[in-house]
Design a binder for this molecule. Structure first.
Ligand code: AMP
Length: 280
């Protein structure tokens, strides 16, 4: 497995490797890898001839300077995990390499970005779109793999790809969880012991919401979930039930409609997000 830090070397390595008809799979990450990331890489390796992963803590998608500063950076341990998962090349650039000039691009994803993460983290999705567009331009993948853990991000990237030609196929991958249900996240390692013990309540609450979907009015279920998490000690930023395609709030249960529950909440100074498909 090759580890490369510059765009120039990445492009020349890829053009030497890509034989006629070979497909490339791509997994963009911010490193501090866990089993959730590795599942994406394994899937990319299974479905493509060449698999590339990027590790880049993208400064322009952080709306909170403390979060950026505290974001774990573990390249030394990430590399062997990727090698084992069948990755062929890791692109780990510096911020100067990706952003030699100040960033001016402004994307508009309309209603998709005005809710939930977009509403609570101003500029976040613009930063994500800028970096992913640049990475797609460098790697030119046939398929790109994104976790449903960040479901709104996956929908934003689908919208980004819809405006590109050629565009990679955006492949959503199920959320990988710890044994107690907590969605794996690089930020979990910042939780203290008590916070870590409490954190699976997010998953347990989503499970109860799923079991009551279609039976209890939407608004009542949202406020029940918010109260349950708040009473347990979470600082709940939002708990929303929304249409899976548009991410707009669901008013009433509509048979046949694809629906998900989404939440973001804080434990101490760590912000956690999770979501789940509701079947009713
Ligand atoms: P990140 O490094 O947090 O930017 O995540 C890189 C990719 O891994 C994104 O597509 C995430 O949605 C995905 N990912 C992160 N955590 C998980 C998880 N627990 N299960 C599945 N995918 C995940």
């Amino acid at each position: 497995m090759k580890v490369i830090h510059t765009i120039g070397e990445t492009k020349s390595w890829l053009s030497a490797q890509k034989s006629a008809g070979a497909t490339t799979g791509f997994v963009p990450t911010m490193g501090a890898l866990h089993e959730g990331h590795i599942e994406l890489v394994r899937r990319s390796s299974r479905e493509n001839d060449l698999s590339v992963c990027s590790i880049f803590v993208n400064p322009i998608q952080f709306n909170n300077p403390e979060d950026l500063e505290k974001y774990p950076r573990t390249l030394e341990t990430d590399i062997p995990m990727l090698r084992e998962a069948g990755c062929h090349m890791v692109f780990a650039p510096s911020a100067k390499e990706i952003y030699p000039e100040p960033v001016t691009e402004q994307y508009d994803f309309g209603a998709l970005e005005r809710v939930m993460e977009g509403e609570h983290r101003p500029g976040h999705f613009n930063g994500v779109a800028v970096v992913v567009k640049r990475l797609f331009g460098i790697i030119e993948p046939d398929r790109a793999y994104f976790g449903e853990k960040d479901y709104q991000q996956f929908r934003i990237i689908q919208a980004l790809a819809a405006g590109m030609s050629p565009a990679p196929v955006i492949v959503p991958c199920p959320t990988v969880r710890e044994a107690d249900g907590l969605a794996m996240s690089s930020r979990n390692r910042r939780l203290g012991a008590e916070e870590r013990a409490l954190a699976p309540m997010i998953y347990l609450t989503l499970i109860v919401v799923k079991s009551r979907a279609g039976k209890v009015p939407v608004a009542e279920l949202e406020s029940w979930a918010t109260d349950r998490l708040a009473t347990a000690g979470f600082n709940v930023e939002y708990f929303k039930i929304a249409h899976a395609a548009t991410l707009q709030p669901l008013e009433n249960w509509e048979p046949g409609e694809r629906v998900r529950a989404f939440t973001a909440c804080w434990l101490g100074n760590v912000r956690l997000i999770d979501n789940m498909e509701l079947i009713f």
